[in-house]
Design a protein around this ligand. Structure first.
Ligand SMILES: Cc1ncc(COP(=O)(O)O)c(C=O)c1O
Length: 395
């Protein structure tokens, strides 16, 4: 599957224990040298996921601006751009800064369009945005006239593209209807440095909805809410060029509905247990599980279970337990404290002290944020190492 994948080697933030593994990169069996817990990404599955989403969008009139909140990594952002994405989305200005800085340091010379999808609040946040706008083509979401004013004063003599965030049912951010949108857009028009680029409608409540029919119906009604705001803005004489939103669970449906002309899926690059449970085989495209957490059995003195070195600190815990890759024989993981997990022995191959297991994280985005490094693997071989450049950048 992989063709022009240039594998990064990035030892900046690497713990010294891992240098033995770095030296063994490319050597068969090198995966077993990794100190655990460690975050792993199967590069062939990753590439296949990126290619599948790209081909879903190709020729549909809907472009991709994948969300970097999932991977927080310049390396994967570059791969997504190589697969035809028009730019990237980032959750916050500091996340965007970290990814953009790394791309520029690594010599990126192509166009770099970045959308910050969360509305920015306050003077400091707006200054971060204004600084970022000098390093890339920046779009930023806004959902209140005061936010528009804050951005305008931070931008000073520069220019910035602004997107009106619309609540399509999630209720998290966004104007709640046409009146709010008209007020925001009218405010944008008052400022010389700001340009109204379009609307954002992200239906986070739809993404993990089980059952394709139900997800379809709910996505249609969310898109209708966005459509009514677009119609109201157009009736007021505003041109709504960009209609961005969507995620992994609704991408195919959003493309069919055609209200959005740009999609922001994030999790599809990695997938996770929560997405797999919710969507099962509903997804038209079979995104594979590329992300795992490698763990080691550190104690095996009990009859019914063993203890592994991946606990509450090794992955996000908001979405239940991870599953154990390749084990369907009663081997199940349970959290067992900060540094430990309990894995039931099941009735298959015996588990011994020192054995390695791979876990499918329950929720990919916040799991990735717990690691500095993403190890790239192909089978039992370590083939590269990418930094999680925007780790901890939630501001
Ligand atoms: C605004 C926005 N767009 C897109 C996404 C990507 O969604 P997913 O990871 O489900 O593909 C998210 C995820 O939380 C988001 O907050």
């Amino acid at each position: 599957v992989t063709t022009d994948l240039s594998l990064p080697l990035d030892t900046d933030r690497l713990h010294h224990d891992a240098h033995e593994a770095v030296e063994a990169l490319g050597r068969p069996g090198s995966r077993s040298l990794l100190p655990t817990p460690a975050l792993l990404c199967d590069v062939d599955v990753l590439e296949s996921n990126l290619a599948q989403m790209a081909s879903l969008a190709a020729g549909s009139g809907t472009v991709l601006r994948p969300h970097a909140k999932t991977h927080k990594s310049a390396f994967i952002a570059r791969r997504q751009l190589a697969h035809g994405a028009v730019g990237i989305s980032c959750a916050t200005a500091s996340e965007a800064s970290a990814v953009v800085d790394r791309m520029l340091t690594d010599g990126w010379t192509g166009p770099l369009s970045v959308l910050v999808t969360s509305p920015v609040t306050g003077a400091a946040g707006s200054r971060r945005v204004a600084a970022l706008a000098r390093r890339c083509n920046l779009l930023v979401a806004v959902d209140h006239p005061d936010g528009v004013d804050e951005l305008a004063s931070a931008v000073g003599g520069g220019t910035l593209d602004v997107v009106c965030d619309v609540d399509v049912g999630l209720g998290r951010t966004g104007v709640t209807g046409p009146d709010g949108a008209r007020a925001v857009v009218a405010h944008i028009a008052r400022h010389h440095g700001l340009r109204f680029a379009g609307v954002q409608g992200y239906g986070g409540h739809l993404q993990h909805m089980a059952g394709r029919d139900e997800r379809c119906r709910a996505t249609e009604s969310a898109n209708n809410r966005l459509r009514s705001v677009i119609d109201a803005l157009e009736a007021a004489g505003h041109q709504v060029g960009l209609r961005t939103g969507g995620g992994t669970g609704t991408s195919a449906i959003d493309i069919e509905l055609g209200v959005l002309n740009e999609l922001q899926p994030g999790s599809y690059a990695f997938m996770d247990r929560e997405y797999r449970d919710a969507l099962g085989d509903d997804l038209e495209v079979g995104f594979g599980q590329s992300l795992t957490v490698a763990t080691t059995v550190v104690s095996a003195n009990q009859d019914s279970f063993v203890t592994v070195d991946a606990g509450l600190k090794a992955m996000a815990t908001d979405a239940g337990s991870p599953t154990v890759v390749g084990r369907h024989d009663g081997v199940a993981y349970h959290f067992f404290g900060d540094e430990h997990g309990l894995v039931t022995r099941g009735d298959g191959a015996p588990l011994r002290r020192g054995d390695r297991l791979d876990l499918v994280p329950p929720h990919c985005d916040p799991t990735v944020d717990r690691y500095d490094a993403l190890w790239l693997v192909r089978g039992d071989t370590l083939v590269g190492l990418a930094a999680v450049d925007a780790r901890g950048c939630s501001q």
